[in-house]
Write a protein of this length. Structure first.
Length: 194
């Protein structure tokens, strides 16, 4: 049975609460959260799916140079990105990626603030898992937060790779320090778009 069940209606207080929480923990200025629904509700692999759409005046951004560009086209099928789980229920963002026409880079996939378009894990989830992986074993992290060992591994690897690439930066020694720096980088990226 594959049940896709809206959490209720668009004005449902539970859906509104989830949107309020998501808006409080993210900062996707050019995008908005749309419909939120359960998939396979009550089954062992149930999940919450959150649709994301661009804001009406939110212009797409080139993923190489960060320039705002006209939209070339929009994917028919949405892509899924795993966000931080809620009460051990996996949460997925669902978004139809756009391609832009950049004067410098041609037709190219847009930049999205929650990921890089290639990885199915959001930046937030990678930070979350990598931080918990400092305290628990990777398999415990996977079990506690409704994800897989491989995703915990990839999250840690992503942070460590980033740290190695930037080890010439002052004071980058610990995983914590690296995570702090990535967070700052992400915030800067978001700020530059405005
Ligand atoms: Zn560009």
């Amino acid at each position: 049975m594959n049940v896709s069940e809206p959490i209720r209606s668009t004005t449902d207080p539970i859906e509104m609460l989830l949107k309020t929480i998501l808006n409080a923990v993210t900062d996707y200025k050019s995008f908005r959260f749309g419909k939120i629904f359960f998939e396979k509700k009550g089954e062992p692999d149930q999940r919450i799916v959150v649709e994301i759409t661009p804001r009406k005046n939110g212009k797409a951004v080139c993923s190489v140079c960060g320039r705002k560009c006209p939209t070339y086209d929009t994917a028919r099928e949405p892509r899924r990105f795993e966000f931080v789980s809620l009460w051990a229920i996996p949460v997925y963002f669902s978004y139809r990626m756009r391609r832009v026409t950049c004067p410098e880079h041609g037709v190219i996939v847009e930049d999205i603030p929650w990921g890089d378009g290639k990885c199915t894990q959001t930046i937030e989830q990678r930070h979350f898992l990598a931080n918990w992986a400092r305290r628990l074993s990777w398999s415990e992290v996977a079990e506690c937060f409704g994800t897989t060992f491989n995703k915990v591994y990839r999250a840690v690897k992503w942070i460590v790779d980033w740290g190695l690439k930037h080890r010439d930066l002052d004071g980058v020694e610990s995983l914590g320090g690296i995570a702090e720096k990535i967070l700052r980088q992400v915030r800067c990226r978001l700020g530059r778009r405005e």
